[in-house]
Ligand binder design. Sequence first.
Ligand SMILES: [Zn+2]
Ligand SMILES: [Zn+2]
Length: 395
Amino acid sequence: MLDRIKKLSLLYAKDNVASRRHLHSHPELSYQEYNTAEFVAEKLKSFGLNPTEGIAGTGVVVLIEGKNPTKKTIALRADMDALPIQEINPVSYKSQNPGVMHACGHDVHTASLLGTAKILSEIKNELEGSVKLIFQPGEEKNPGGASMMIKEGVLDNPKPQAIIGQHVMPLVPVGKVGFREGMYMASSDEIYLTVIGKGGHGAAPELAIDPVVIASHIIIALQQIISRNASPKQPTVLTFGKISAEGATNIIPGEVKIGGTFRALDEQWLEEGLKKIKKMAEGIAESMGGKCEVEISRGYRYLENNPSLTQRLRQAAEEYLGKENVVDIELTLGSEDFAYYSHLIPASFYRLGTRNDAKGITSYVHTPTFDIDETALSIGPGLMAWMVVKELMEK
Ligand SMILES: [Zn+2]
Ligand SMILES: [Zn+2]
């Protein structure tokens, strides 16, 4: 079976690359993946499968039933959305949608899962159970397509016993895959601060309440929540990447808007940290004569890889690729809406190496030069098929 899947994965590699290039040149933003979903559904139908469309807007789900379809179900997940980035890669499959780019590899995940679907549909009479393939919208944007798909019942009827997700990894060389057991990715909440003062002439600060100075104090002070309140043993981060004050060199503006992200792995600390951020920002503004409105948009939860599932998948990957091509990956404060599945059923999220230094493919995800070594698409589909075949055989 292993050899057969490997052969099929190589045989369909060209189709998978073609799918990826089609998706890459036609990227769609979160929750607007209409053409992508249609493409996915058409492909699945061409494999003789019967997908359900329109779940949580643009989600597509298909069940591949094996010889004992009710014995067990394992879910495989791909995300389909792109990012608001202008691609600058000089490639033939460059994004044709201005300002939108598949810069996180979700085109690769979708094409890879389509490849897996094709392989599984050919060997389905030998599958011990069923495989549920989930193509979800909106990974990149709150509330996360995963949470919406779950609300619409994607984990019911049949309920999968486990779920597997794959993500490209530009830090890992193509040909290798990475695993991590246990805690893997952070929760992520968005913080919006509006610092309100009183605008005025730049030369007469005594007549104004300067929100720029208040905002500056708040930004510096909040970092001390990370350095003085969080345990040094517990990874956490607070970053403000957005600040806008619409004054001028000689005009003190009336307000300043600040936006940032707070990330943590420990849920108790997360709640504590959010309370402290609010209290400190409000207190500083008030003590300086202004006001700070704090709005927190709750994002994804932490992602924990089920240890025994991850061990089994790792072993399957070693069988498929050789031990030398399976690596450990480090904990990251990135976040993923795959986490929502992981809080409900055993889940494992692994990384597909896509880097190639010799070809100059080294850019990180979410950059305008991100690309992959497409050799990964001769590996990903078969590897995932092999993992799920083995997982279905598991008692
Ligand atoms: Zn991303
Ligand atoms: Zn991503």
